[in-house]
Design a protein around this ligand. Structure first.
Ligand code: ATP
Length: 252
């Protein structure tokens, strides 16, 4: 069965300018992200992965090209419409976690709900459920600085989920975590995906990339190749690791 594209980018370009210097971070890139997929983006440092995620999620403006979300063109949205889109349709887990230091984990997770003007009681119900699902109930009233990196990352994922987004984007969500915390985060994302959540994740880690239904390899601002897999099962790891490793080293 052909998968439905939830996001489609055509001829995407992003050029960063500083003074007279220009850097073409994304170059005439075409890609589709499929509904219900666990999409993984890999590529060398500086290849344009985070930039691509910003453009696909409407977090940054394109220099040229088109971005469609469920067939609707979002790169021409007004500031108000794009803010509304971001708050309702996407959840974003940042590379640097980015929790507000003066707010408790509970308040951090609730924040996007308040911003989207969801009634407070619904937000609180949702946050209570998410906090339980993420296994950080006992940390709910602590400030981020009083919790571990793994607990902060769970809170960041809960925050990304609070408005029930159509797509969750995660930029290296395990990058700053130890092995055990990293696996826990990957399991959370995998379980969400098994329940139907579309996930797009950047990673440098081949073990993490094994979670993918579809692996997109980015090189110099372009798509270098795509690998397709069946839904992840734990005993797939050794084979997949080998396939991914030989694929990315061949393409480098
Ligand atoms: N705001 C900016 N201004 C100028 N150049 C930028 C800016 N943001 C990113 N770049 C450049 O664009 C290129 C792509 O950056 P990007 O962060 O998308 O790469 P990445 O593949 O996510 O890297 P990493 O794996 O190290 O996070 C890099 O060369 C980077 O230096």
């Amino acid at each position: 069965m052909k998968k439905a594209a939830i996001i489609q980018a055509k001829n995407l370009c992003k050029t960063y300018s500083s003074g007279s210097e220009q850097f073409h971070a994304i170059k005439n890139l075409d890609i589709e992200i499929y509904e219900g997929d666990f999409t993984v983006i890999m590529g060398n440092s500086g290849s344009g992965k985070s930039t691509l995620l910003y453009l696909l999620s409407g977090l940054d403006t394109v220099t040229a090209g088109e971005v469609y979300f469920r067939g609707e063109r979002i790169d021409r949205f007004s500031d108000r419409d794009i803010a509304n889109f971001r708050s309702k349709k996407i959840g974003y887990v940042y590379q640097s976690i980015n929790l507000v230091p003066d707010l408790t984990l509970f308040e951090n997770i609730a924040l996007p709900g308040y911003i989207a003007k969801v009634p407070k009681s619904s937000v609180h119900n949702k946050v209570t459920k998410l906090i339980r699902a993420m296994g950080i109930e006992d940390q709910r009233n602590r400030l981020p600085s009083q919790t571990s990196g793994g607990q902060q990352q769970r809170a960041a994922i809960a925050r990304a989920l609070v408005n029930a987004p159509d797509v969750v984007f995660a930029d290296e969500p395990t990058g700053s975590l130890n092995y055990e915390h990293g696996i826990a985060i990957l399991d959370i994302l995998t379980n969400l995906n098994r329940q139907g959540q579309s996930v797009v994740m950047i990673t440098h880690d081949i073990k993490a990339a094994c979670r993918a239904d579809r692996l997109i390899l980015v090189k110099d601002g372009k798509i270098e190749g795509i690998l397709n897999f069946d839904k992840y099962e734990e005993n797939d790891i050794p084979d997949r690791e080998e396939i991914i490793f030989s694929y990315i080293t061949r393409k480098e």
